[in-house]
Ligand binder design. Structure first.
Ligand code: JFZ
Length: 449
């Protein structure tokens, strides 16, 4: 027995793979992220002060010069309050924050010293500290510090494609905005400089996750001026990053669609069932990522909470976005939604954070399941009219069953014909999602005959 453990330990040490309660094996560096389940996305850049979303440069067909002078130069986030943002994230039950360090517009949100990232005139570095009158405040560092104090993991987003960089011009293929590389030499130099920027970010902020995007210009095998980013480039970038920071997690978008990186990113959609490896769905509260003054199309806290539950029951993470205004303040509707989510999470968050997928292969009509060592959580979106909840039998022995919001009152149940029949009170304790806890010995497992 001891020999076997020693051999197993050896294998795990060599391969860097550790078994967890997940259905797939995972590198140990993924553990905190996998347990976190819920994070905050922040789209914040010079586009925020225009208030037309983060794609304004492309959609409104700005020239580089016009955009840089009339939009970016006016970026003045004087009311940016990192502590308030972290307070909101934490009270909503979020465990990590991913903020845009550089979006497609190419404007760096930190004091980059990589020389080629200049404005069109070539006289200034195109970054928040050197291109705006806002001055030298380091808002990424402010956010990182506030995160650290509050036990939240600080992470960064970075766009590979760059509409501002002198090496590239915006271009369109079938209506989708790409960028065209000026020459092969420009491509080589840009990739070198992008790596230098990423090293700056790693050395300065030690992000727990690097969340890439703007990788969709790829061709699998060779590059062209418009599709200048390849799978080989993505693999090389990933290797470069994990050499610099072995514990850092990197998403698949170093070059999407090839199974690269450490987790999958199905965007604004939830896969029908768990994927073959860790995944994260990112979602907007309205229809924009960057601040859009005209977009009042907000989803309700109810919709978002239910989507979060669905994601966790299918073994995923959920990254919910806010887009601060140009002055740094958070749109009122977004903070109201976060507060509502927080009220629910305060009571029920334990059924999600650190929890894993449903043990069952089929999903119930009334909601979803999640599980933890010793507990199966039934998330009821619809409260049964007959006061009875039926749950398929587990192979674990049941200790007791209760409502998550009222752990003192033990519920009656009986087990018959492969079903646990639970008697519920008449009224649902929560309008959005009430949780019934089935306490068992061990990790809840389906009973197989
Ligand atoms: C990208 C960005 O263009 C967008 O501005 C935002 O940052 C978002 C998080 O990511 O947009 C995408 C990326 C991928 C898909 C769709 C939009 N996709 O895979 O369907």
């Amino acid at each position: 027995m001891q020999k076997v453990s020693v051999i197993l330990l050896f294998i795990f040490a060599v391969t860097g793979i550790m078994p967890m309660n997940a259905q797939y094996e995972m590198a140990p560096k993924m553990a905190w992220w996998y347990n976190a389940r819920f994070g905050m996305f922040i789209h914040f850049g010079s586009y925020s002060c225009l208030g037309h979303g983060e794609w304004a440069f492309s959609k409104e067909k700005w020239t580089k010069e016009g955009y840089q002078q009339q939009v970016s130069a006016r970026f003045n986030p004087e009311k940016f309050d990192a502590k308030e943002i972290v307070r909101l994230a934490k009270s909503a039950g979020m465990k990590y924050i991913v903020i845009t360090a550089k979006h497609h517009e190419g404007f760096s949100m930190w004091d980059t010293r990589v020389e080629s990232f200049r404005d069109v005139s070539g006289t200034k570095i195109y970054s928040q500290p050197s291109f705006t009158s806002f001055g030298k405040r380091d808002i990424l560092m402010e956010l990182k510090n506030a995160c650290e104090v509050n036990g939240i993991s600080f992470c960064l987003y970075y766009s590979i494609l760059d509409w501002g960089h002198p090496s590239q011009e915006i271009s369109r293929i079938n209506g989708v905005a790409f960028s065209t590389m000026k020459s092969e030499g420009a491509r080589t130099d840009y990739i070198r400089d992008m790596k230098a920027q990423l090293k700056e970010l790693i050395d300065r902020y030690h992000p727990a996750v690097l969340w890439f995007d703007g990788d969709w210009t790829y061709k699998a095998d060779h590059y062209t001026p418009e599709r200048w980013w390849t799978k080989v480039d993505g693999m090389d970038l990933y290797n470069y990053l994990v050499r610099l920071a072995p514990d850092m997690i990197v998403n698949e978008r170093v070059c999407r669609g090839f199974g690269l990186g450490d987790f999958e990113c199905p965007e604004r959609e939830v896969p029908e069932s768990p994927l073959g490896r860790p995944w994260e769905t990112c979602q907007t509260m309205n229809r924009s990522w960057g601040y859009n003054a005209k977009d009042h199309n907000y989803k309700s806290a109810r919709t978002l909470i239910r989507e979060l539950v669905k994601v966790v029951s299918r073994e995923g993470n959920y990254l919910l976005n806010i887009g601060p205004k140009g002055d740094g303040t958070i749109p009122e509707q977004s903070s109201a939604i976060l507060q509502d989510i927080g009220e629910w999470m305060n009571v029920y968050g334990e059924s999600l954070c650190g929890a894993t997928r449903s043990p069952f292969l089929t999903e119930p009509k009334w909601g979803f399941y999640t599980k933890k060592e010793g507990r199966l959580f039934a998330h009821l979106f619809v409260w049964p009219a007959n006061g009875v909840l039926m749950v398929p039998t587990l192979s674990n022995s049941i200790q007791k069953i209760y409502l998550m919001n009222d752990q003192q009152n033990i519920l009656d149940y009986s087990v018959k014909n492969g079903q646990i029949r639970i008697s519920l009170p008449k009224k649902a304790p929560n309008k959005i999602n009430s949780v019934v806890v089935i306490e068992v010995i061990g990790l809840p497992k389906v009973k197989t005959k």
